[in-house]
Design a protein around this ligand. Sequence first.
Ligand SMILES: [Zn+2]
Length: 247
Amino acid sequence: MKVDVLVFASHPDDAELNCGGTIAALTEQGKKVGVIDLTKGEMGTRGNDQIRAKEAEKASEILGVSYRANLDLGDSFLLNNRKNQLKIIEQVRLTQPHICITGAPFDRHPDHGKGTNLTLDALFYSGLKKIETRDSNGAEQKPWRPAHILHYMQDRPFEPDFVFDISDFWEIKKESILAFATQFNVNDPGDEPETYISSENYFKQHEARARYFGHLAGFPFGEPFKYYLEPTPLKSMDVFFEHSPKR
Ligand SMILES: [Zn+2]
């Protein structure tokens, strides 16, 4: 059950939309990646929780995600309380990730910032020995705190600390987003109304953003990230020798 990277998302599809390319690149590089969806997205205008669960399963397969759990903490009711923190702590102690990727610090959809704050608190408390949790067999779990925490960008932009090259994974990312067929690039809306994210224009701006941040870093496509508790720590300059952007 151990993973290298654990991604948190307020809604099923947030992970794919905002760091799907990075997930695909990491799994291709042999890293184990898990996704924790905090809610079922049941308040979304289009689709329902069962359909979105199936869509999330398909997206996980496309990206090579090895572990995915939905904590069902309540779409649009996301509360930062001890009960919800403990559900996250159980997952962190179960999967023991080295890196956690969480959502934007604040965003257009209030669940995004709320989900991020809840996750950040839980990630800290997960390292405290006196907060006791048990696994599904009733065995006591050991404390665990990830070494690194990153924020992915959501609807509202922020100044990123680095851009991850997803050029070879853009098509896979796109496929994983389109696995959420009720949510994005909906050609035939049927009886359901068009939403903020369902139109072709939304999808086009999403591609424009990947191209824009890729451009800034010297890649065709990129995903921007912020390092929680800056500055970003480096132990070698290898990363700068791997890549020579045009300046
Ligand atoms: Zn969302």
